[in-house]
Design a protein around this ligand. Structure first.
Ligand SMILES: C[S@@+](CC[C@H](N)C(=O)[O-])C[C@H]1O[C@@H](n2cnc3c(N)ncnc32)[C@H](O)[C@@H]1O
Length: 414
């Protein structure tokens, strides 16, 4: 495969605050940020010593630990906000230790009105068996738009459409499901949507529906389950245009049998872009992978050299919410999962996403698998994985230094 003009993967080693400031200075901007910062579990936070003095405020060690973590995150998220395009979005992985503090911090920096979701991610399906109490089996993803009105993020996925959700088949073999034509959201009613409250005519024997009376038809007005007036989802002209996509049926409601109108909602797999399903706010390990599958993925490419990588499936689902030419940034890159996921996504759909990964030269632990395998720093692990990804999957790899001078050092593939 020919290498793209701009490599899919670029790596910058350094403290991410400095790198973000450097990027902003160069006028760089990105569409999508995914980060998985240290969770502040008490042993993963390298900043405690630097920030402890500033953060001690007489409220005890736990409060000061949160303060230290927030003091580390605040300028980095502010710098991230500065490089995120108006149409962009940020996804942040976090667990129970800091989720409450992080959500307030993101509200402060991105604006509460730009909050999109707090997703529960079931990354440890067996549940944590160590220690007392609950076997925690999930963590979170906090999702914010740079501007919720302008974002191009689509909270849906093409992978998740389940044929079983479309139980009916027409004589030509096309699958469909019945959706009530009545708007089931009580916010929409004859007061708030006057023009959508009008009578239709239908024959439950033949299923035929029309906007005007016909022989054998009964008049049907939209009502909620409790009998109060409701509105249709379609305007009268739309009903007149597409009567064959509507069907009249007798159903058992709360108040007994009644005649109602349903839309035949087709499963169009072959339309451009395909059918997409709205993403729920609980993501299961069987859909996005687990910490165990992430360790296995990394083991297969570099060995067991990083304790808690994320599965590429999780990042691929995130990538799927943005256009396939998105410029992606991960400034807590760790083992380089985001860059790996970008290459896999580009290969799968022909996209031209590019990813900038940043990690500091945090030393690996003496005696750890990583150190024994010859990786002196986490940055060494990040670059090794991204290089291996480029060798195996293509797309190129480049390393840059914050001076802006591209690194043509040995091993750079582009
Ligand atoms: C939880 S890990 C990320 C794991 C990653 N998502 C993966 O799948 O491998 C957080 C990473 O952030 C890095 N890190 C922490 N502070 C940093 C900083 N100030 N600048 C750059 N990297 C930092 C750590 O070295 C660590 O690799």
């Amino acid at each position: 495969m020919a290498e793209p003009a701009e490599p899919w993967n670029t790596f910058v080693e350094g403290d991410n605050l400095e790198v973000l400031t450097w990027l902003a200075g160069r006028g760089e901007s990105v569409d999508l940020i995914y980060i998985d910062p240290p969770y502040n579990t008490g042993n993963d936070f390298a900043y405690r010593d630097d920030f402890r003095d500033r953060a001690e405020n007489g409220r005890g060690p736990r409060a000061s630990r949160h303060q230290a973590w927030l003091a580390m995150m605040r300028p980095r998220l502010a710098a991230a906000h500065a490089v995120l395009r108006e149409t962009g979005a940020i996804f942040v992985s976090i667990d129970d230790n800091e989720v409450a503090h992080l959500r307030l911090l993101l509200d402060e920096i991105f604006g509460e009105e730009n909050f999109l979701a707090q997703v529960v991610v079931n990354l440890n399906p067996k549940g944590r068996q160590l220690g007392r109490g609950f076997a925690t089996s999930h963590e979170y993803l906090l999702v914010y738009a740079r501007d919720a009105r302008a974002t191009v993020l689509e909270a849906s996925s093409a992978d998740d459409v389940d044929d079983r959700d479309f139980p009916h088949t027409d004589p030509t073999g096309r699958r469909f499901r019945h959706l009530p034509l009545r708007n089931t959201n009580k916010k929409f009613n004859p007061v708030t949507a006057r023009t959508l409250h009008y009578p239709l005519w239908g024959d439950p024997e033949t299923g035929r529906v029309a906007a005007a009376p016909f022989t054998g038809a009964v008049e049907i007005s939209p009502v909620f389950g409790d009998g109060t007036p409701a509105v249709w989802r379609w305007s009268r002209p739309l009903v007149e245009q597409r009567p064959e996509d509507l069907v009249c049926r007798t159903i058992k409601g709360r108040l007994g049998e009644r005649v109602d109108v349903f839309q035949r909602d087709w499963l169009h797999r072959d339309t451009p872009g395909g059918r997409r399903k709205k993403l729920r706010t609980i993501w299961l390990a069987e859909e996005v992978g687990s910490t165990d599958t992430a360790v296995a993925e990394l083991k297969e490419i570099l060995g067991h050299v990083f304790e808690s990588p994320k599965p590429t499936g999780l990042v691929r689902r995130i990538l799927g919410t943005m256009p396939d030419d998105a410029v992606v940034l991960d400034f807590f890159a760790g083992s380089g999962t985001t860059g790996h996921a970008v290459a896999l996504a580009n290969l799968a759909d022909g996209g031209t996403r590019r990813c900038l990964s940043v990690n500091s030269a945090e030393p690996t632990r003496e005696g750890s698998n990583a150190r024994n395998a010859g990786y002196a720093t986490v940055a060494d692990i990040t670059r090794a994985r991204l290089r291996a990804v480029a060798e195996r999957l293509g797309g190129g790899f480049r390393e840059e230094r914050p001076t802006g001078v591209p690194d043509d050092a040995p091993g750079a593939l582009s």
